[in-house]
Design a protein around this ligand. Structure first.
Ligand SMILES: [Fe+2]
Length: 320
């Protein structure tokens, strides 16, 4: 199996946030994403809401999913050994033409212009839980713009640009990206080293950010952290081959395949500390028609018999 047939680009990223309302307020009302699925966390006994935001069809490479964890009282630490920032792709010129003023108008904290690998970007912070984001001006992105009532199409997000992984030491992570994950080193810019797969265009980029003094971030589910990043694989055969090959390198903590309703996933803890997933997409239309995604509350299998009670407990009213 050649490298190009294994791990592909970015599929989805999953955060532990504060409240469902805080997530809708940022992703739907400010960033112009669609809410394409409302379901529950598939692990454990505690019912935790799981919301999926993305383009209107929930395509791979556009999906930001959230577990609002405040209700449990558990708070996570951000730091090394995690994904530390999520970057979305926007058209050239749109930071000054639209986004900076738009974010300021909605009182989004942490707004700061920056540049990395020759690209202009705008940093900001999730107002409800502190997770860090960026909007990156990308010239070569022909994906369709997200459709919404809040962001004009010519400025809209196209999907992921990249994710940043923070680690105190990077030697073993460089080897992992190259040998286990078939991503190739593109170059460095200050503390950042860029890895790409395929053509290296948007949603095929990972930046490793070395921070030698950073405190270690949490791995458990708790408010205020990015829990994992999921990469696309084409089918179960590729997924099994990836697991077999990566275990052969000594990363024997690759999980078994887990059914996630809309994808089938395996997970591995990388030597940099961040949790990576390799996932096969099943699509979002198995339980809702394409033109009504995200309207209904879908209960994950372990809670099927408690659906009515959960609807009362978890389905907190969300002001859209
Ligand atoms: Fe995931």
């Amino acid at each position: 199996m050649s490298d190009s047939e294994r791990i592909k680009g970015l599929h989805h990223v999953t955060l532990c946030t504060g409240s469902a309302q805080g997530d809708v307020d940022l992703f739907y009302k400010v960033l112009g994403m669609s809410l394409v699925k409302r379901t529950l966390l598939y692990d454990g006994a505690a019912p935790i809401l799981h919301l999926y935001f993305g383009n209107e069809t929930g395509d791979a490479g556009t999906l930001t999913t959230v577990f609002p964890f405040r209700q449990t009282g558990k708070k996570a630490k951000r730091g090394a050994g995690q994904l530390s920032a999520i970057s979305y792709s926007i058209p050239p010129g749109s930071i000054d033409a639209f986004w900076k003023e738009h974010l300021e108008k909605h009182d989004i904290p942490g707004i700061e212009k920056a540049e990395r690998f020759g690209q202009k970007l705008l940093k900001f912070v999730h107002p409800d839980c502190g997770v860090e984001f960026e909007l990156v001006e990308e010239e070569n992105d022909d994906r369709k713009a997200f459709k919404s009532d809040v962001v004009p199409e010519q400025y809209a997000i196209r999907g992921f640009h990249s994710w940043t992984v923070m680690a105190r030491e990077l030697d073993d992570m460089h080897a992992f990206m190259n040998e286990a994950w078939n991503y190739k080193k593109l170059g460095s810019d200050g503390d950042y080293t860029r890895y790409v797969v395929g053509k290296g265009d948007a949603a095929h980029i990972i930046d490793l950010h070395q921070q030698k003094e950073a405190p270690t971030g949490s791995w458990f589910y708790g408010e205020g952290m990015i829990h994992h990043g999921a990469f696309h694989v084409d089918d179960y055969d590729v997924q099994e081959q990836v697991k077999f090959d990566v275990e052969g390198l000594g990363f024997t903590d690759f999980s078994d395949r887990k059914h996630r309703g809309y994808f089938e996933s395996i997970y591995v803890r990388t030597p940099g500390g961040a949790l990576f997933e390799a996932t096969v997409s099943l699509g979002f239309t198995s339980d809702e028609p394409a033109d009504k995604l995200g309207r209904e509350f879908i209960v994950s299998p372990q809670f099927e018999e408690q659906k009515e009670e959960l609807l009362r407990r978890v389905n907190e009213p969300i002001d859209m």
